[in-house]
Design a protein around this ligand. Sequence first.
Ligand code: ADP
Ligand code: MG
Length: 692
Amino acid sequence: MAAIKLDMPVQYVKGVGPARAVQLAELGIHTVGDLLTYYPRRFDLRKQVQPIGSLRGGEETATVAGEVFSTHEKPHGRLPYFECCIRDPSGWAAVKWFHGRYLRDSIKEGIQLAVSGKVGVYEEAIQFINPRFQIIWDPAGTDLSQDELLPVYPAGAKLSSGAIGQIVKKVLPLAGELIAEWFDGEYLSGRELMPRPRAVAAMHRPEDKDHWGSARRRLAYDECFLMQLGIAISRMKQVSRPAHPLPSSPEIDRRIRARFPFSLTKAQDRAIKQIVADIVRPRPMNRLLQGDVGSGKTVVALYACLVAVANRKQAAIMAPTEILAVQHYERINQYLAGSKVRTALLVGGQNPAQRQEILAGLSAGQIDIVVGTHALLGEDVRFGELALVVVDEQHKFGVRQRTGIRGKGFAPHYLVMTATPIPRTLAMTVFGDLDVSVIDSSPPGRGKTTTKIAGQTDLPMILRAVRQAIDAGQQAYFIYPLVSPSPELEFTAAQEAYRELGSCGPLAGAPMGLIHGQMPQRLKDRAMLDFREGRTKLLVASVVVEVGLDVPAANVIVVMHAERFGLAQLHQLRGRVGRARQDAICILVASPGSETARRRLAILEATTDGFKIAEEDLRLRGPGELFGTAQHGLPELKVADLLEDFDLLRLARKDAFEVVAADPGLNAPHNQQLRKEMLAAYAGRLDLLEGA
Ligand code: ADP
Ligand code: MG
């Protein structure tokens, strides 16, 4: 057999023929390298004693111990056997040994016996067939020492964990020479990392739990490191493009601040300082501006736009929906009333003549700030000198679409605004190539929002309270979740509620609007506008597209079937209210029988800290959902768990960024292994190393 290499097909491993190779391929194992990195899901302690009552059958193997309370022999026939039954405080099991007649002298009623083997079920009782056994004195004090760690691999339809283990065993001795080390000894010892070849081997055959833990830590580090290396390189590439430097001055600062009828909060000032420091450089800013709804992000973004305008350059603000674009546009025009700054709105529904005029103004540099929707990404949209792009509400994590608006030649500075609190883990991964500014306090004089969890039976009372609020001049939202994947049903829930609420009960006759996902955009916009301008007092909604909608008189929000929303999403919803001086209330109505869900909702009752909520949400939903890393163009993580391994992630990030700062193209001789790993991990998805 030729020398084994990592990329050698598994079929050429001794004992693996074409049939096995097909079965392995079904598990994604194609090469020797795949086999070596197909790690056990867990380890069974071969000799650890389990309560009999905890066994269900279907477990691979188990060890139990108890008193023998009956014995039985079947001496004749094709398969003579000896059987005994043992019991421990939790249950009993039958144990059979075929051709086990010789056991009758040693295994007798009343003795204590430990058996270890495959767990089966026969006539609804647990049974062991031909297990290993040991006669013991006392099951509690038994010396079943030297627990053996038995690797349990994720099995295939035709390939058991044991069979996989056998195959792995054949290549494992080669790990030492096949698995390449990425770092030198000093690097490793400084971080208390185990050598990589040893770590791969120990993942399959650890000496004990600590040994396995160290191996896992090393490989998790490597995964984080590789991911961060890609992010570091991508970032380096972004910032290596030329951008218009946008210097500010005390005079510019003074004139911009004079535009706002309030003084900026400390948090706003801090974010502005960071932005100003970024855009003064001839390299594009890549910054995420994060803060709860109403914390004043738009004001900060406008400040940045005005620095661009002061430098005789253009700025664009992109919002996810037309109504939000209009809201920004109107707000900005209020601030800029009486100034010489020229603004324009570019959205989908404008007539061709209007659109042509705006496009001409943009390309001639006669418009300073343009606010718009995705319409800004149109092929025919050209700018004279675009220096800054602000993207609002990127809550869908669509950061990588950002390449859309591009000026000619120079890269614009880039600011993403989001009201979704982004957990630290995401800030380092999915958003890892952005700098982050956080606005962590709201402008003064805001009312307080109280959150209450209620049940269906509280509804009559809630409706009466809403009626009172409306009569007192306030407005309210009624939110319904997507109740089913079917759009018709979604329609029904909100529609029916709309009819019912309007025709009977305390809210009958109140001016009411409806908005749901099946409505044409035009009607949605009308419903939002009616609500915003106070023509309707109650808005029944089945979709919450307009996350940034600002209606100061709306101080009540009722969320039905609240348990169906994610915590972060509910926090967003709650942000619809409490936008003025009055106190606001958010009522989360949980469906009956959702006790665990209620406990989850209690987090919202307890805190208004969006970051805490986001972290909790992430913890509860598990990282899988948010860390579909592949969908963000990042390599898949097999070992690392970004929540558990947060410190490791942070270390790997710092290390990776240092490596890239010193050698952006990974051209140095000692970085060649990393370069190879990078190319394999990102396999053409990002042309990261080209031209770096
Ligand atoms: P966000 O974009 O974060 O939702 P906005 O910038 O739209 O927040 O601000 C929300 C509201 O608060 C707006 O009505 C705005 O005029 C007001 N606002 C913003 N900053 C301040 C401030 N420093 N002091 C008082 N009011 C402010
Ligand atoms: Mg906003």
